[in-house]
Design a binder for this molecule. Structure first.
Ligand code: C2E
Ligand code: MG
Ligand code: MG
Ligand code: MG
Length: 278
């Protein structure tokens, strides 16, 4: 009986593994044609000043609708894109599109807003990355300070080479933000070495705040670190009004989350977040 059960479990496990392997293979295969097939779209989520409740920026978030796989979430495809290096051309597309959209809205007469762009460590390690950013900024004429590059703590693994690149990016005038702060490598020593402008508190801490004193303590501590280092601090994952006002009381500058808005396609974002502002 035991043997049989063990055997069944084993079969179940391999079937599951096979399914995952096949899915990942399909994602990899389809990612290779996704750019040419024009399957990517950028969605936008507002970043709100917790004091004034006004929008100050938007984060661009990549969406992929594949002809065979349908909608695939970034949590599933970004890691595959990173492993295969396909993130390099995809990231280049994101950079151009996000900058272009920033300018379109500016030219339409809306107030200047910053656009946040997620950058994988794999992109930052690409020798062409800084030049690509420089070209994208110069050829578009965008105000560099309105472009925010969001990087993650994993760059700390490559300390020396990345510091120089961040310095070069900073020289171009872009704004640098540390995304998902608190979830990655625990060494804080890089924080004052990197030319950062802001920290984003990872959504897992913010979402957990209500039920859990430890999460609240972590959020408070990150806000205190940011203040000490004179960095702006943004809370991700703000899902309710209570969290928003509590974060404001704690001294957090900005909030982003479903309470304000889900990420939206550009046209809906414009209608909902920009049009009233004209
Ligand atoms: P991220 O940069 O930390 O982006 C925030 C994620 O949290 C987004 O997930 C957003 O939809 C989600 N979110 C926002 N507010 C809430 C909330 O109130 N509650 C909850 N539960 N979630 C919220 P999304 O769009 O699925 O993206 C996931 C991750 O994929 C991003 O995390 C980022 O690391 C990566 N990513 C997305 N777009 C790009 C891109 O263009 N380039 C690169 N390299 N990575 C990207
Ligand atoms: Mg981000
Ligand atoms: Mg994040
Ligand atoms: Mg993330």
């Amino acid at each position: 009986y035991v043997k049989e059960k063990g055997k069944n479990n084993y079969q179940l496990f391999t079937a599951e593994m096979q399914k995952n392997f096949y899915r990942k293979m399909m994602i990899e295969k389809q990612l290779r044609v996704a750019l040419d097939q024009n399957e990517f779209e950028l969605y936008y989520q507002p970043i709100i000043d917790l004091k004034t409740n006004e929008i100050i920026a938007m984060e661009s978030l990549l969406r992929w609708n594949n002809e065979i796989l349908g909608q695939v979430t970034p949590d599933e495809f970004i890691s595959v894109a990173e492993e295969t290096g396909i993130i390099i051309p995809i990231g280049q597309w994101v950079l151009r599109m996000a900058i272009q959209q920033n300018i379109i809205w500016l030219n339409e007469g809306y107030k200047p807003l910053k656009t946040s762009i997620n950058v994988s460590v794999r992109q930052l390690l690409d020798p062409m990355f800084v030049d690509n950013v420089k070209n994208a900024i110069e050829s578009s004429g965008v105000d560099a300070s309105n472009i925010v590059l969001e990087i993650t703590e994993s760059i700390a693994m490559y300390a020396d080479s990345t510091i120089e690149k961040l310095m070069a990016l900073k020289k171009l005038g872009v704004t640098l933000s540390m995304d998902d702060f608190g979830t990655g490598y625990s060494s804080l020593s890089y924080l004052n070495k990197y030319p950062l402008d802001s920290l984003k508190i990872d959504k897992s801490f913010v979402i957990g705040m209500n039920q859990d004193h430890e999460n609240t303590a972590i959020v408070k501590t990150i806000i205190a670190i940011a203040k000490q280092l004179e960095l702006r601090v943004i809370a991700e994952g703000v899902e309710g009004q209570e969290e928003a006002s509590y974060l404001n009381e704690m001294g957090c500058d900005y909030g982003q989350g479903y309470y304000y808005s889900r990420p939206l396609p550009a046209s809906e974002f414009e209608e909902k977040w920009l049009a009233s502002d004209k």
